[in-house]
Structures are given as structure tokens and as C-alpha cells.
Ligand binder design. Structure first.
Ligand SMILES: NC(=O)c1ccc[n+]([C@@H]2O[C@H](COP(=O)([O-])OP(=O)(O)OC[C@H]3O[C@@H](n4cnc5c(N)ncnc54)[C@H](OP(=O)(O)O)[C@@H]3O)[C@@H](O)[C@H]2O)c1
Length: 266
């Protein structure tokens, strides 16, 4: 199995101010990587950066919903760092609302952040990776990118879409020595459900039982880092029912659809 050495790699992590992105920053810095931390909240990014081992980390705030600014911001970043070796497309926002109560603005906002911002960022870095004939693109999708569940229509749509994009890209760039990893976590103990959007665009503000009882963010981070080192193409980071559901969808889709409609989703 190929082993990527992450020491001295410049790794750009979006959504690095909290949750899975923050944990990846901590664990990758321990491996000797130089981290570029992106999210909206500059102060939180600075606090995370101050906790990291090593001294070549960069705080680079961005609102990824401002997708038209991503190309210029990427060029600005490339002036500040010697190179970028790995992109971790992690920033995302979830949803807690039925289709019938979700405004199209909310559908578009989730698609803009969870799909298009990742597509644009990836396309901005691709010329550099092609020129170097090296690079790794890691994208945090979700089990929701494999199965559709109630209350998550926009989120599932965006998470499915980004898997399709990344699967195509992986095949296109394999011979250019660029590796593409798609991660599909189940519930992980972060602020994802607090920050999720309700149908009218308001924050949900509540930690769901599934998230509260989910995998620890440390374990999720460890599994992702190992998959990066092993240059895996896909990683399912889930336990129990969520792990089973992702596998059932592949082999017994009708059974899965039946189970999903009789499972209470909050
Ligand atoms: N936790 C789970 O159960 C779970 C399961 C499957 C997949 N995932 C995926 O994992 C990824 C990370 O989620 P998480 O669980 O760590 O959630 P989280 O704790 O809510 O963190 C989300 C991160 O995204 C950043 N972000 C949100 N909107 C942004 C924007 N417009 N521009 C730039 N950054 C933005 C946030 O920072 P700022 O607020 O500072 O911008 C924060 O750093 C997401 O893609 C999520 O869909 C999570």
C-alpha cells in the first residue's frame, strides 16, 4: 500500500476553526505538516493555530459562500506559501427541514457551500498540482452522500453531487500522480447540527441525539489521517446503523429505502 509522508507538506484545510477540520489541523500538525487554516471566524482560527505543533501555520480567513472571490483568494494565498501539497475540502453546513418547508434559497446556499465552493477551490489548485505532477485532494462528504434521508434533502443532494465530481476527477488525474480521497463520515460529535439550517434559513441551534452519541472527533480525525497516508480513494467513517445503511444501499437498495422511511430522523 502506498504511504504518503505528511511531514513538511503544506496542507490547506477549509472549515479549520471547529469540528473535524480543527481536529485534522491538530493531528496533521503533529505529523509535521504546515497547515493553512481557513474558515470565516478569524479569531477562532488564530486560537486553533496557537494550539498547533510547529511554527509555519497560516491563518487565512475566507467566506467560502462568496464563491466569486475564491479564485482571487487562492492566488493571494499562493503568494504567501511556497506551495500547496494537499487540499482538504471540509467546510460544510447541514440541514434540518422537510422538503415542503425548505426555501429554495436554503437549497441553493447548501449546494453553494457543500458542492460548488469545493469544485471551485479544487479547480483553482488543479493547475498547480498538474504542473507539479503531485498533490492530494481530500473531500469530506458524508454518509448522506450515499443515502438520502428525511430532513436532509439539500444536504444529501450536495453531498451526493460532490462524490460524483470527485470520482470523475480521481479517474482523470490518476496518471498525473494526483490522489483524490472522498470521506463519508456518519455522525461525529461536532457542532454540525447546531449550525445546520432550518427551512427558513435559521440556525437549528440544537445538538441532535445522533450527533451527541456519534463518533468522537479525535477518532474520526485519526481515521482520515491514516487514509490520507495510505492514499485511499474512499473512506467510510461510521459505526452501527449508519455503517450498515451505507452498505445496504449498495446491495439491497429497496430494503434500505423501507428502513429509511420507518426510521425517525431529527
Ligand atoms: N459532524 C458530523 O456528524 C458530520 C458527518 C458527516 C459529514 N460531516 C461533514 O464534515 C465537514 C465538517 O463538519 P463539522 O462536523 O466539523 O461541522 P462544524 O463543527 O459545524 O464545522 C464546520 C466548519 O465549516 C466552517 N464554515 C461554515 N460555513 C463556512 C463558510 N461559509 N465559509 C468558510 N467556512 C465555513 C466553520 O467555520 P466558521 O463558522 O468559522 O466559518 C467550521 O470551521 C462538513 O462538510 C460536514 O458536512 C460532518
Amino acid at each position: 500500500m502506498p504511504m504518503r509522508n505528511l511531514k513538511n507538506q503544506y496542507i490547506w484545510i477549509t472549515g479549520a476553526s471547529d469540528g473535524i477540520g480543527k481536529e485534522l489541523a491538530i493531528q496533521l500538525a503533529k505529523k509535521g505538516a504546515h497547515i493553512i487554516l481557513t474558515a470565516r471566524k478569524e479569531q477562532k482560527l488564530k486560537e486553533v493555530a496557537s494550539q498547533l505543533e510547529g511554527d509555519k501555520h497560516i491563518v487565512f480567513p475566507m467566506d467560502l459562500l462568496e464563491t466569486d472571490k475564491i479564485p482571487a483568494k487562492t492566488k493571494e494565498l499562493l503568494q504567501k506559501v511556497p506551495t500547496i501539497d494537499v487540499l482538504i475540502n471540509n467546510a460544510g453546513i447541514s440541514q434540518r427541514s422537510l422538503v415542503k418547508e425548505t426555501t429554495i434559497e436554503v437549497d441553493r446556499k447548501i449546494m453553494e457551500l457543500d458542492h460548488f465552493s469545493k469544485v471551485i477551490l479544487t479547480k483553482e489548485l488543479l493547475p498547480l498540482f498538474l504542473e507539479k505532477q503531485a498533490g492530494q485532494i481530500v473531500t469530506i462528504s458524508s454518509v448522506a452522500g450515499k443515502i438520502g434521508t428525511p430532513m436532509r434533502s439539500a444536504y444529501c443532494a450536495a453531498k451526493h453531487a460532490i462524490i460524483g465530481f470527485m470520482d470523475s476527477l480521481r479517474a482523470e488525474v490518476h496518471n498525473d500522480n494526483i490522489r483524490v480521497l472522498v470521506v463519508t463520515p456518519g455522525s461525529v460529535q461536532t457542532n454540525i447540527s447546531k449550525n445546520a439550517l432550518e427551512g427558513d434559513g435559521k440556525d437549528h441551534g440544537v445538538t441532535d441525539p445522533a450527533i451527541a452519541n456519534g463518533m468522537s472527533v479525535e477518532e474520526c480525525g485519526r481515521r482520515i489521517v491514516r487514509a490520507m497516508e495510505q492514499e485511499k480513494s474512499e473512506l467510510l467513517v461510521a459505526k452501527g446503523k449508519e455503517k450498515m445503511a451505507a452498505n445496504l444501499k449498495r446491495f439491497f437498495p429497496s430494503l434500505l429505502f423501507k428502513m429509511v422511511r420507518s426510521t425517525k430522523t431529527t
